[in-house]
Design a protein around this ligand. Sequence first.
Ligand code: NAI
Ligand code: MG
Length: 501
Amino acid sequence: MASTTLKINGRDVSLPTGIFINGEFRKAIGGKTFATENPSTGEEIVKIQEGQAEDVDEAVRVARKVFRSKEWAAFPAADRAKALNKLADLMEEHFEDLLALEMIDTGKTRTQAANLDLPGSIGTIRYFAGWCDKIYGQSNFGVPGVFGYTKREAVGVCGQIIPWNFPLLMFSWKIAPAFTCGNTVVIKSAETTPLTALYMCELINKAGFPAGSVNLVSGYGKTVGAAIAHHMDVDKVAFTGSTVTGRAILKASAASNLKKVTLELGGKSPNIVFADADLDQAVEWSVWGIHMNYGQTCHAGTRIYVHEDIYDKFLEGYTKALKAIRVGDNFGGKTDQGPHNSKVQYDKIMGYIEQGKKEGATLHLGGDSDGGKGYFINPTIFTDVKPDMKIMKEEIFGPVVAISKFKDEEEVIELANDTTYGLAAGIFTRDYERAIRVTSALKAGTTWVNLFNFVHWSMPFGGYKESGIGRECGDAALENYTEIKTVYMNMGARAPPVGPS
Ligand code: NAI
Ligand code: MG
């Protein structure tokens, strides 16, 4: 299938638009296409092939065939590392194309995508490349009469379902550890941000991945996503997205072949500023806590608790910093915050802002939109937010924070943990004993001391409670993508006696 050439901010970017199966871009079996749009303008960028369940079937069939093949079994782990490193090299070489595609499809500014999404994706792929030939089991000489050892085997065909807030980064988080461990992959991008995944498939071919080891089916959740989740020949699903869809995927696994499921879901992360904090540092990182990706981040610091002694000063500094954020077209050069990703997300965020006002919280800043065709929302602060209000409980996924006061450590730990989520939490303090005590008491998969929204590919990431199941990144990710096989070898043991005693 031919590629199309997109003109993005004066740059020509060549992009394949097909379903990627067995190293080829194909037309969708059902003959449908769908459009992705630029959230700064609401205009269509391009139409791409829209997969359905039958395309998933075909992709899984190919991924299974490759997984079972002698060639795949003989493909050296060191060559998997080579392919991943080559992919990272190609991403560096084609950095500007990937950046342009990610910016136009998501609404990210150049500053965020060039400093975060792209380096994070390349770093992840290089990190996992290093693991390829370092995945071993254990040996056990302590069992009488036998020698026992374990080996780590690939799980099989991995179905990977990713969201729109970090399309390239999540593509990398999902394909890299799966491929590293010797699995084959069928991945589905999000329907509003399919472009960088398509571009990556072309690079995957160039990098020397065996044909069919990574396959991509673009399309919608209810069709392609559901087909992956329900598939009888997919061994594992890794999903990042909403808690509602995460539950649907777990149910699909239970109703089909009990495929292994890892979930990285929503959050409502608390950010606690103690009276002894370095105030400038706390303000700077708390701004990043919500400004990163304009709040479209599962670990965003949306509930800020400030000690009453410094509350007024913090609020003053924080408000000033949020006021300085310039909202507008993400290709506009002087813009700090671009549009939100889609009309659906825009409406959801504006709905929560209305709800907050209705429930009696004080709208301290923002709450409005600069209008225009794009999905722009100004940074928003609510104060006087009570624990039972919706804006304190539910994930808004926008530039909206609730700031409240607290009196003491015990009270704030209680407030911070009063949530169904458990993805991340941060504190600001100069007291290291308190830092250790409080991070231990917080029920969250990631905790930060004197910084916020910092995630590195070499460290595990995932949630407590309804924020998910399993960990991605770091060596913890390898556990999701390998099965442990136990082998007992007889070293002189006799079978137990049979018959009546
Ligand atoms: P979503 O969870 O529905 O979408 C994420 C991915 O799942 C997409 O690729 C989608 O096509 C797919 N999907 C949807 N329904 C599916 C199904 N039944 N079976 C299999 N796959 C399915 O999330 P959506 O609607 O894009 O966003 C809704 C909210 O979810 C956001 O406002 C935010 O609160 C949260 N969210 C959290 C993310 C995170 O990073 N944890 C990422 C994206 C959204
Ligand atoms: Mg888009």
